[in-house]
Design a protein around this ligand. Sequence first.
Ligand SMILES: Cc1cc2nc3c(=O)[nH]c(=O)nc-3n(C[C@H](O)[C@H](O)[C@H](O)COP(=O)(O)OP(=O)(O)OC[C@H]3O[C@@H](n4cnc5c(N)ncnc54)[C@H](O)[C@@H]3O)c2cc1C
Length: 471
Amino acid sequence: MQYRFSNSFKYGIYAQNIPHTFAVNIYFRDSTCIYTIYVLGLFKHTNTTEVVDIKSAAVIGFGCAGFSAARALRQAEPERVIDIYSDTAEAPYNPMLTTYYVSGKIDESTMFPLGDLETIKKELRVNILCGTPVKRLRARERVLELDGGRGRQYDDIIIATGAGAVIPPIKNLPERGIYTMRTASDARRLERALNGVKSAVVVGAQMVGIKVVELLVKRGIRTVLCDMERQMFPASAYERTAAVIAGRLERAGVELRLGAAITGVSDSGKVLSASFSDGSETSADLIVFCSGIRPNIAFVDREEIDVGVGIKTDLHMRASVPHIYAAGDCCETYSPLTGKNAYIGLWANSAMQGRVAGNTIAGVQDEYHGNLIHNITHYMDTDFISVGDVRSEGERVFWQGHGWQLEATVSDGKIAALNILDNAGVSGPVKNALLHRAAHPEQPMSVHARLLLSSAGVPDAIIKKLGGEGA
Ligand SMILES: Cc1cc2nc3c(=O)[nH]c(=O)nc-3n(C[C@H](O)[C@H](O)[C@H](O)COP(=O)(O)OP(=O)(O)OC[C@H]3O[C@@H](n4cnc5c(N)ncnc54)[C@H](O)[C@@H]3O)c2cc1C
């Protein structure tokens, strides 16, 4: 039971489960603090006492996963105390919209698709503790530690801290002129810096890097794109497709340094100078590091919780310690679709995992169905789509249609991974066909799906390999 004086100040009473001990916590809370009075007594357990039980949950991190977890939990449990810890003072933003904001395609508010903080607070009836990063998690005790070592205990804890941009270790990296692209504040910082910029280096030839290259080129900025790997999109493109992409970028004026890791940066005070592992150098007004992400889980004790790339969870988003859950870009999960553990940093994946975590805590049956790694990116008049793991073993097939091309790995007569260039219309039906086949290998593709693929221009032979037996 929970008593409320106003939306932002509440008091309540709940019992703690300590054997042979009766502990009642009377608490008062406002939007920032919980004041708790413990009344402790030893007693012999009888069944005559009715205990009023208000459960509490903490959500650490307020992005897509944290929001989805809090929303699912609130929908299932109207009375649960839900505290959300966020290291920023912002509403949840969508990191994939950051480059659109910098390029001027959207305004600032569009980066926040889930609403403003006040509306979310009111609708979900949650406490949002802004600017309150969690510094340490004592998982077995279910205690969060905040700045200054203050600890708070919860019945359940969801870790939804996402991932942060990684800058490779470079000695004496200057403070001036260095940028990353992940958060809303990264986006504002870069947007403010671009006035008057004539040259830039982008580090990382992956999905984020290419979007930054696009917005720089559009502004007429001389752009060098470098990557330690020897091809474009090294994690998601076949060599042949990558070569086509590289050729187009060069024709559009992008200077490519592939197979060239950035090894040093110096600052003359007016201009930066970057040096690369192939011995080359270039000068630039600014450098944007899009060189990868790392789960934000430094506050987790790896002796307590199993961690691979991210926090390991089961299909209900449970971590290895009871009552601790994880969702989104901070975790990795077994995918029934691929039969492997996978770290999949995608918005829809974070939403699904957050929902499953919130529902599981509330006892609502829900399960993560897994996902395929996929990227669909549009930049500089190119659509590049990659589905599955392009390093999969199998026969390589290549097909070129009218104005678009497809390259795929075929294993056991079926497509295991593919790249598509220049056919955005085909990406949805192809991705859905692969997802469907992975989830229901025994079911043939529906007539509707076959027609969709066919009308998008996919040849019959390829439709067959996607699972359309009758094509
Ligand atoms: C440029 C770019 C393009 C992208 N393009 C796509 C795309 O096309 N399609 C797609 O599906 N996905 C894309 N993504 C990825 C997608 O945005 C993420 O997968 C998704 O937003 C992850 O959500 P999340 O809630 O797990 O993490 P986040 O959005 O990172 O949220 C986590 C929050 O937790 C906070 N936090 C961290 N540590 C703490 C702490 N100790 N205490 C309290 N709070 C903490 C963080 O500051 C952050 O606000 C893109 C990402 C970027 C950057």
